[in-house]
Design a protein around this ligand. Structure first.
Ligand code: MSP
Length: 681
């Protein structure tokens, strides 16, 4: 049973007016077929960019890397209504034209990436092939307490996706965030702090803005639900619900959980006993206490949206991702879906937006909060330019609000549901849920101070797995950052740019005679100095950009980082294997090979730096600047690797390297202090 919804009905709801029964929703697209069966192809631009070879090769390609991680999901959510399927013919024709032997040699993984369609309503200036608008959003954060690690994680996931999109040149993008300021919870927190709700919210909202800015979250919009532009949007949205007959008034009673701001059915409660022997009821899921509430409320006809919601999910198998969360939502929809209380009596809740035309009621905080995704794009005037091209990043605790209530509310208001809801699990602290009462809440400000912005970003995105909860402890942060950023990546940069092996401090030249292009390193005896292992390693770095793009597309940023880390290790292996410091620069043949080793290594570093930009923007900038990669050469759409191997010019050869020879990422000392927990939070 849904949090927020379950009210025991005292009166039967009045029949819905004829125009809302069945609810007025946009027509659904035809069924997409069984989930996971659809095959995705790399977008045309990506195939061109990575010089992908024609599909049918007469001979097996020995340098072809192992098959990419299997996709279990279908292709991305079709839009609402679904646009016509583009013809595959032009793409196939183009594929046949590109490629060739050179491309086959360093053929990257042929991951199937989604074909992107322009969203409905997008203006032609924003679209064009492969370019489309997209609104990415974080949840808006409750303004009842300062930011913690969990909040930051939601925001970092969204930020990395946003930055990645920007670097791909995917089209206009926005990243919205903000604070959720209304409701009983805030009202009570303000009273407890001896302040007023507006004062509390202004203070906490500023803390969130500061934390996000400090963590380099590149938000384009910060919305506060107490802002007039949002209140206007909410009132308009309410009017649309009413106009479509989606609301009715009734007297209801049930258990209300203020910390979670939702009603809960008996089945989702359990009993606890306090130290005085008093028994009380709590939410099974969150452990928060509930109170019996009986009120006259406005109700939303959620029950009538069960079929439309099921159909929406069936037609859009990637609408909720990762897969287990999609299944969870389907499971919920298989259960009873009672109508949802969408207002509270004003006498109990003054801190909120009054119901238009009924000053005795306040709009339910979740309806108020969800509409933020529309207010940031100018609802009710200009939202059509962006909506429904929206991807919401949310924690699993608020999945039902986003994947059940929000799409239903939108349909009821005559709008399509968002394109995607990307869900992540939670961070625990030494196995325990983070909570103020346990005093184990991790303070992001302190973490950034201790591990640096990029260090902390890298750790959270590298270790956080959306499908399952992750445990936080300081020693793990130190270990990951030292081994992957300081030693492996920083060490590699340091060693390959050392003046002792590269006294001219330039991007050295590649020699085809040392690393010749061959068709099959197992059949043909290599003529140069590179070994079979070197060819294999170069293939895996060549396939990295597509692999990373695909993982980002699948909301598996941790996997993207894992395969970058693996390639960094392989590059270190390559460098170590050939011991360039032992080669004699004064000997012409040795010099060619020495320069080639450094060239290949810097090429790898350039790819890593470019791919790491969405996650560690500062460190990546430092790395790319040291390699003399100009800002306009840092995009993902024109990222080529080792063009000289394919007989193409390399613009970097002979370039003077950047002047900053400082350490890329400083090693961290093992924390002698106790865990960074903020008992004040
Ligand atoms: N205000 C609502 C969201 C409204 S969106 C229309 C809310 N706010 S929150 O401040 O409680 O949570 C914001 C985000 O932080 C959610 O995505 C939530 O899942 C995330 N996290 C809160 N604690 C968390 C962890 N311990 N770990 C990871 N993320 C968690 O819910």
């Amino acid at each position: 049973m849904p949090p927020g919804a379950a009210l025991r009905s005292v009166h039967r709801p009045p029949p819905s007016p004829s125009r809302s029964s069945p609810p007025r929703v946009s027509p659904h697209s035809p069924a997409a077929g069984p989930r996971g069966r659809r095959r995705r192809r790399a977008p045309r631009a990506a195939r061109r960019q990575h010089n992908m070879a024609p599909p049918a090769s007469p001979r097996p390609d020995p340098l072809r890397p192992p098959p990419p991680p299997r996709r279990t999901r279908g292709r991305p959510a079709p839009h609402w209504p679904r646009p016509p399927t583009p013809s595959r013919a032009p793409a196939l024709r183009r594929r046949r034209r590109c490629g060739g032997a050179a491309a086959a040699m360093l053929r990257p993984l042929r991951r199937r990436l989604p074909v992107t369609h322009p969203p409905p309503g997008s203006r032609s200036s924003a679209s064009g092939p492969g370019r489309r608008r997209l609104l990415l959003s974080t949840p808006i954060f409750y303004a009842n307490g300062p930011p913690h690690l969990g909040h930051l994680y939601s925001a970092l996931l969204a930020d990395a996706l946003h930055r990645h999109r920007g670097l791909r040149g995917a089209g206009p993008g926005r990243l919205s965030t903000g604070t959720d300021e209304h409701g009983l919870k805030i009202q009570q927190a303000a009273a407890a702090a001896g302040t007023s709700p507006p004062e509390l919210c202004a203070h906490i909202s500023a803390l969130f803005r500061q934390a996000l800015t400090q963590a380099a979250v590149s938000f384009t919009d910060f919305i506060r639900t107490s802002e007039p532009r949002h209140q206007r949007a909410v009132c308009h949205f309410w009017g649309a619900l009413q106009e479509h007959g989606a609301l009715y008034k009734g007297s209801y009673e049930g258990w209300y959980c203020t910390p979670d701001e939702c009603f809960l059915p008996e089945s989702q409660l359990t009993e606890r006993t306090d130290t005085q022997g008093r028994t009380y009821k709590v939410s099974l899921e969150t452990g928060h206490e509930v109170h019996w509430t009986k009120e006259e409320n406005y109700m939303f006809r959620l029950s009538t949206f069960r079929d439309p919601l099921q159909k929406w999910l069936r037609d859009n198998p990637r609408a909720v991702s990762p897969e287990p969360f999609y299944q969870r939502v389907l499971h919920w929809l298989g259960d009873d879906l009672p109508d949802l209380s969408v207002s509270r009596e004003r006498s109990r809740l003054q801190w909120g937006i009054p119901v238009p035309g009924d000053s005795t009621q306040t709009i339910y905080v979740w309806v108020d909060a969800l509409v933020n995704y529309l207010s940031v794009v100018g609802y009710p005037e200009t939202h059509g330019e962006w909506w429904p091209a929206a991807h919401h990043i949310v924690g699993k605790d608020i999945l039902k609000f986003h994947a059940v209530y929000w799409p239903a509310l939108l349909m009821a208001a005559g709008l399509p549901p968002p394109e995607q809801i990307l869900v992540h699990s939670h961070w625990t602290v030494r196995g325990q849920k983070m909570s103020k009462s346990l005093g184990n809440v991790i303070d992001p400000f302190a973490c950034i101070g201790q591990y640096t912005v990029d260090g902390f970003r890298y750790f959270l995105l590298r270790q956080g797995v959306p499908e399952r909860d992750c445990d936080y402890y300081d020693d793990k942060v130190v270990k990951v950052l030292n081994s992957e950023l300081a030693d492996a990546l920083g060490g590699l940069l340091n060693r390959s740019t050392a003046l002792s092996i590269n006294p001219s401090n330039t991007y050295p030249y590649f020699s085809e005679s040392c690393f010749p292009k061959i068709l099959d390193y197992r059949e043909t005896k290599a003529l140069g100095r590179a070994s079979a292992e070197d060819y294999e390693f170069v293939v895996s770095v060549a396939s990295l950009p597509l692999q990373v793009a695909s993982y980002f597309e699948d909301f598996q940023i941790y996997k993207a980082l894992e395969c970058i880390a693996l390639c960094v290790r392989q590059t270190n292996g390559f460098f170590q294997r050939h011991k360039p410091w032992k080669l004699n620069r004064n000997h012409p043949a040795e010099k060619l090979w020495l320069d080639t080793i450094i060239h290949v290594t810097l090429e790898c570093l350039r790819v890593f730096g470019t791919l790491l930009q969405p996650v560690i923007p500062c460190t990546a900038d430092k790395l790319l600047s040291r390699l003399a990669v100009e800002p306009e050469e840092r995009g993902l759409s024109n990222l080529t690797f080792l063009p000289r191997y394919n007989g193409k010019p390399c613009p970097f050869e002979g370039r003077q390297l950047g002047p900053d020879t400082g350490v890329l990422f400083h090693r961290l000392k093992k924390s002698s202090q106790h865990q960074i927990e903020n008992k004040r939070l």
